[in-house]
Every structure is written in structure tokens, then in C-alpha cells.
Design a protein around this ligand. Structure first.
Ligand code: CA
Length: 235
């Protein structure tokens, strides 16, 4: 019998917290494999596929940031949710810079945690796969959403699941401002009243990949008091 439940990797050294997380995710019909160290998790990632990685920052041995970079080499696409123990902004930014797709600061609310996990597991349904993939071109870039890769001025890069979702939404709504609430809801599955810097840090990442001058963006534009707008030609 095949088990098609989404498979989640949890890397967390605090056993009581890990037990609680496993119990609640399993109650939601998900399959969880728990690892106490990043080293153990990475060894398993070499041979097994996961649908989501939940990664604690403070771990014995290799920490969550190092682990995140190593996971991205093994699996460039898998969504990664980091659990940060400090509320400092630098921790969140560092996680997102190392390839994570979202973060939650401990202690977190269980309902919020489950919403976040479900949002990240949800497959993108708003872009239609084409039989033969034609790249989406803008500036010096060409993006292949179906194969999760892009050609940029800096070379070829692999895209994560969450990056593909954000880019898909931007391309679909090219030239139109998109409210940050809509981006957070359709890409991350956030409830509308959540305050987060995830989106802004994510845009910083996209600008680094695709903009000739990331501090003066042409393509991924900020729309004050609204959110962001994608422009193909920089107008
Ligand atoms: Ca820990």
C-alpha cells in the first residue's frame, strides 16, 4: 500500500516540544519523521524525499542556518520553515537569507503553527502547467516555473517551491499592484491579520537574483501602503 500523506521532516532537539509537534501534525493526517540533530536529518535527506522541513535554529552540533544551506544543496525546492528562538530581526533575516521560506518565533501559537504548515504544503494551483515549458523572460532573466530553475545575469539558479509560487503570482498579475495580504495568503497561506516580515525579506532575495541593481529595483517594485508590483520591462 502506498502512503500518500505529506511527509514532514522535523529537526528539533527539545524532546517535549518535538513530541507535541509530532502529535499535532499526525492528528492533522500528516506523516512526521523527527530528528534531534541536523546531521541525522541531512543523512536521511540524501535518500528520502520530504514535502516540508521544519527546522529549529538552535541545535546541538550543526545549527539551523548551516543546516538550511546544506538542505538547499540536497533539495533546492522543499519548503523550509525555521523555528527561531530569539525575536531579533537578524535571526529571521539570516534564516531567509540561508534559503528558508518562512519562520516562526518560539514560543508560537499552535493554531498559527498548523495554519503555516498547511499553507506551505498546499500545492500551487494558480498557474497552469504547459506541455512544453517556455521560459518567462524579463530583463536578463528567464524563469522556468515547472522545472524550478532560472537563468539570471549571475548564472543558472535553482528555485524553491515558495519562490516558484511567488514568481507565478507576479507573472500572472504582471503590471498590477498586488496587496501584501493577497501575496501572503496565496503563497504562504497566512491568515489576513498576521504581521510578518517574511514577504519583505523574500522580495529582497528575489531582487538579489533578478535585478541588475537590487537597491533600485525595476522589476519587483514596492507599492507604498499596498504591497508589490511586478514589471516585466521596468516601467
Ligand atoms: Ca533547540
Amino acid at each position: 500500500m502506498t502512503d500518500d500523506k505529506p511527509h514532514i521532516m522535523l529537526v528539533e532537539d527539545e524532546s517535549h516540544l518535538a513530541r507535541g509537534i509530532c502529535f499535532n501534525l499526525e492528528e492533522e493526517g500528516l506523516r512526521v519523521s523527527h530528528f534531534e540533530t541536523a546531521e541525522g536529518a541531512l543523512a536521511t535527506l540524501e535518500i528520502e524525499h520530504f514535502d516540508l522541513v521544519i527546522l529549529d535554529v538552535m541545535l546541538p552540533g550543526m545549527d539551523g542556518f548551516q543546516a538550511c544551506r546544506a538542505i538547499r544543496i540536497l533539495d533546492p525546492r522543499v519548503p523550509i520553515l525555521m523555528l527561531t528562538s530569539r525575536s531579533e530581526d537578524s535571526d529571521r533575516v539570516e534564516g531567509l537569507e540561508n534559503g528558508a521560506d518562512d519562520y516562526l518565533t518560539k514560543p508560537f501559537n499552535l493554531v498559527e503553527f498548523l495554519l503555516r504548515v498547511k499553507g506551505m504544503l498546499r500545492r500551487s494551483s494558480w498557474y497552469r502547467p504547459e506541455p512544453v515549458e517556455e521560459g518567462y523572460r524579463f530583463g536578463d532573466n528567464e524563469v522556468f516555473l515547472l522545472s524550478y530553475r532560472a537563468r539570471t545575469a549571475q548564472g543558472e539558479i535553482d528555485l524553491t517551491e515558495m519562490e516558484v509560487r511567488v514568481l507565478g503570482l507576479f507573472f500572472q498579475k504582471e503590471g498590477r499592484p498586488i496587496h501584501r495580504t493577497e501575496l501572503l495568503q496565496s503563497v504562504w497561506g497566512y491568515s489576513s491579520d498576521t504581521e510578518t516580515r517574511t514577504l519583505d525579506n523574500f522580495i529582497v532575495r528575489l531582487r538579489k537574483y533578478f535585478e541588475p541593481n537590487p537597491s533600485h529595483p525595476k522589476h519587483f517594485q514596492t507599492v507604498r501602503a499596498v504591497g508589490y508590483r511586478f514589471s516585466r520591462d521596468g516601467n
